[in-house]
Design a binder for this molecule. Sequence first.
Ligand SMILES: Cc1ncc(COP(=O)(O)O)c(C=O)c1O
Length: 394
Amino acid sequence: MVSRRVRDIEYAIRDIAVIADQVKKTGKQIFNLNIGDPLKYDFETPKFITEALTNASYNGKNFYADSLGVVELREEISKSLKRKDNLDINSDDIVVTTGVTEAIYFLLAAMIEKGQELLIPGPTYPLYINNTKFYDGIPIEYELNEEDDWEPNIDDLRNKITNKTQAILICSPNNPTGVLFSKKKVKEIIDIAGEYNLPVLSDEIYDQITYERDYVSPASLSKDVPVIGMNGFSKAHLMTGWRLGYLYYHDPENKLIDLKEGIAKLARARLSASCIAQYAAIEIFKTKSNHTVEMVRSLRERRDYSYKRLKQIEGINCVNASGAFYLFPKINLKELRNWKTDKDFAIDLLKKTGVCTVYGSGFGKFGENHIRLTFLPNLNTLEKVYNHIEDFVK
Ligand SMILES: Cc1ncc(COP(=O)(O)O)c(C=O)c1O
């Protein structure tokens, strides 16, 4: 027996891996382009960070931490928000979590009652859909418009606000499109949120992984609208497996007092995020290192190569990524004719070539007719991957 809550969870990014395992058993080489984890490729956690983790443990930081997070880490995060985004966020307004994943759990647990709605960008990262449903809420997708470089369709967003809407979520740089929302669109979303008295939730996990366009912090564009930012150490610091992140409240008019207290209770009820990981993370802010810049440099090369190859394949169109490490090409199924849906395409591609992507419909209805590919593998592997995709489509 299993509860409805659990039965309804879907996570295409990992579901496709089950099929990949079956294909692997037949002896085929698998190219994993499905999971957004740089550490599964040739990126490594910087040595000074792993050493800091070992030292934290040797130095006895092995206890339950403060439920809201180690004070010194929250102070460092507060300073970094000032440096990066010119935000004045008091360390008391920061909660350390087990990744952005837990931050989203906390926020939706505290905000969503049965039948209430969360506005999320579509195509969407599946976690937002799953978690909203988990709390008996209704995820409502506002369109990201591929014709407009995947920018949010503001009219669609406005039309979808109802008296049940609890918040508007922004994810920029975006997963799965790999595109940053422009400053203009972010500001328009903030203004609409202000008009309807709604808070904005901002998933900023890829804020430091950008290419041509600069990241804009939604909170920095808001004078009075509450913005709850979520970020973490997984991607920019190559620490996916450590499970460490945080949320922060930009709340100039003190509208979030109840929400903050609710989340503090949730945080206490789950004791704490990993204590040794938090002590190690403090060192990231105290140490000069260019690991993020280096990572972005090699990702840019891999993106350029992947985009160039994709563009040459007939039947596939793609908007180039301006952030994160995903491309989300459209598969013209009508023109290609061999496959009915994006899922058929992705599964057939996997079975015939070993190239494991994620079918776009796994990112909600706006993702249909697409696949998501990471450009995390090295250039050698990418060359093999795109040769396979090219032959397969032909
Ligand atoms: C948009 C987005 N948010 C959150 C996460 C998860 O972040 P964390 O590792 O901090 O839980 C991911 C992971 O892929 C992501 O793509």
